[in-house]
Ligand binder design. Structure first.
Ligand code: HEC
Length: 168
């Protein structure tokens, strides 16, 4: 299931790949080829998935400060396996998209799932310091992917130069 989800998430985000590989292209082009060009259904699923990740991350703080390691463990496990998308794509969609994925996106997605797994593990072992470490690494992983593949959604991550392009 874990691998399947991973492929599905990657598949969903495939259209952002060209952005990743052509950093210097203009924002206009990114709009035409990126996540924004996804079908409304896929886009919707992606948004739901991301919202679920965000809720998961937010729920970790109250669990952490109250020593509720069990809740962190189960939340981290859900994030590792992820929530929604795995039911939603056909095999051929997954296959088609998977073959076209650029390496840097795959790496970011892999890293995120790896970190969620490590968080789960740290929570299982009731290691408060390690939980905090992996939680923080996961936050960094959200930012790192958004800054590269979701600047249309989070334009604060655009460099000054790119922001200017954006407003042209
Ligand atoms: C491998 C890449 C990647 C990772 C890792 C990632 N995101 Fe995202 N995220 C995206 C992309 C791409 C979008 C933009 C989707 C769109 O525009 O439809 C997005 C959008 C979002 C949104 C906005 C969803 C909406 O309602 O439109 C939220 C919230 C979000 N991400 C939260 C998170 C959190 C929290 C994490 C980390 C725990 C995370 N993301 C990790 C790629 C990623």
């Amino acid at each position: 299931m874990k691998l399947f989800f991973r492929i599905v998430l990657l598949a969903i985000l495939l259209p952002t790949m060209s952005y990743g590989e052509n950093k210097h292209i203009h924002e206009e082009h990114v709009k035409a080829t990126g996540v924004e060009a996804l079908s409304p259904d896929l886009r919707n699923l992606l948004a739901q998935e991301m919202q679920a990740l965000q809720s998961g991350m937010m729920s970790i703080i109250p669990a952490y400060i109250s020593g509720n390691w069990g809740e962190i463990e189960s939340t981290a496990k859900k994030m590792k396996n992820s929530y929604i998308l795995k039911q939603s794509l056909t095999k051929s969609q997954v296959k088609e998209l998977h073959t076209a994925l650029p390496h840097s996106f795959i790496e970011k997605d892999k890293r995120f799932h790896y970190l969620a797994g490590m968080l789960e593990h740290a929570a299982k072992n009731k290691k408060a310091e390690l939980i905090n470490f992996y939680f923080s690494e996961m936050n960094e992983s959200c930012v790192s992917c958004h800054a590269k593949f979701a600047t249309h959604k989070f334009p604060n991550f655009l460099s000054k130069e790119k922001k200017e392009e954006h407003t042209h």
